[in-house]
Design a protein around this ligand. Structure first.
Ligand SMILES: C[S@@+](CC[C@H](N)C(=O)[O-])C[C@H]1O[C@@H](n2cnc3c(N)ncnc32)[C@H](O)[C@@H]1O
Length: 336
């Protein structure tokens, strides 16, 4: 065999470098994550492959004839494997646990890390011009709201098997907590959400409007979705605060005439459609309107709209807590 092997018990790493056609076998034990990874990787041609070939050629020589730098690089490979494979082991552990902890097949729900929630709150304090400690208190409300959580859980539990089998009963609000806090901060008269899926955002936004109303600031929610089965979580005591218009979102938005205080764009995620939603509602936005985009990690359309309409723009990316997803979603804000 042209190559070498590193078996380092201390770092729980075994590397077998075949050196034949760029093949590297990695065995990495990570007791901290409860994961043992066994991978066979073929490096394509390129600088990594060239370096691999060089190390293999050196390893074929007696140790005494290898140059010192090459020998040092070989010796450090096992420690460096622990650096690069530790995050992989963590991802494999989270991906495997998720298979059993969740039923979802799309629109992943997850909690944000505590630090990420703090960063989200800080951005919302800037956007809404409210004290950060108030925003943090608003963001904490949904997870302390037992009635709201019980409503979501009992609604999912009552679904026919086919739908219950692809939903998670325990609500994980994720960045929707940011949407909620914006509604609590701005006390809007009209909130629009385009794209509902199960209605996790819808019921949460209506829970915010319910609290606003109890504090003397009534407002209403309008959700749009092309799927006639979407939005089923908007029920019970939250239903009086919202309505759902089924059909194409743009067609619904075109019928509106009232000022829109908050828009949450989360329907058809193509760039053109997203932009079309912003421009369709542009005449109904005012200086205090806040536009939240769920697509700002994919397109520049909210940034473009903010630039064209003399608004500011911010993007805060999600950091999911203990979930396999790291697709970079977040909240884009356009505001004055
Ligand atoms: C990512 S999900 C929305 C998630 C939701 N906002 C939440 O809080 O979980 C996207 C939704 O957009 C809907 N949708 C896709 N194209 C649409 C369109 N042209 N008009 C209205 N809704 C659309 C889909 O049916 C789907 O329910």
């Amino acid at each position: 065999m042209r190559g070498f092997e590193i078996d380092n018990k201390e770092n729980a790493v075994r590397l077998q470098v075949d050196g034949q056609d760029g093949v590297v076998r990695v065995v990495y034990d990570c007791p901290a994550e409860g994961v043992n990874i066994q991978a066979r990787v073929t490096l394509p041609s390129g600088s990594a492959r060239q370096s691999l070939d060089n190390l293999c050629a050196a390893a074929a020589q007696p140790e005494s004839s290898r140059d010192a730098l090459t020998q040092a690089r070989i010796l450090r490979l096992s420690k460096r494997t622990t650096y690069s494979f530790r995050p992989v082991a963590s991802l494999v552990r989270r991906a495997t646990a998720w298979l059993f902890a969740s039923n979802e097949i799309t629109n992943w729900s997850y909690d944000l890390t505590a630090r990420n929630e703090g960063h989200m709150a800080a951005a919302i304090a800037l956007v809404t011009k409210q004290p950060l400690k108030h925003v943090r208190a608003w963001m904490a409300e949904p997870n302390a709201d037992e009635a709201l959580k019980a409503h979501v859980m009992s609604t999912i539990a009552a679904l026919p098997v086919g739908r219950a089998a692809i939903a998670d009963a325990v609500p994980r609000w994720g960045r929707r907590l940011g949407w909620y806090a914006v509604v609590r901060a701005l006390k809007p008269k009209l909130v629009i959400e385009t794209g509902l899926d199960k209605g996790l955002g819808a019921v949460l936004l209506c829970a915010a409007l319910k609290r606003n109303a109890a504090e003397g600031h009534p407002g209403r929610y309008l959700g749009t979705d092309i799927n006639p089965n979407a939005g089923y979580l908007l029920g019970g005591p939250y239903a009086p605060f919202g309505k759902i218009a089924y059909g194409d979102s743009i067609a619904t938005l075109k019928t509106l005439t009232d000022a829109v205080d908050i828009l949450i764009n989360d329907s058809d995620h193509s760039a053109d459609y997203e932009y079309n939603e912003y421009t369709t509602l542009a005449p109904l936005f005012h200086d205090g309107s806040v536009i939240l985009g769920d697509n700002a990690h994919v397109t520049d359309k909210l940034l473009q709209f903010a630039t064209e309409t003399d608004r500011k723009f911010l993007f805060v990316q999600d950091v999911p807590d203990d979930h396999f997803y790291s697709g970079g979603s977040g909240i884009g804000f356009a505001f004055r």
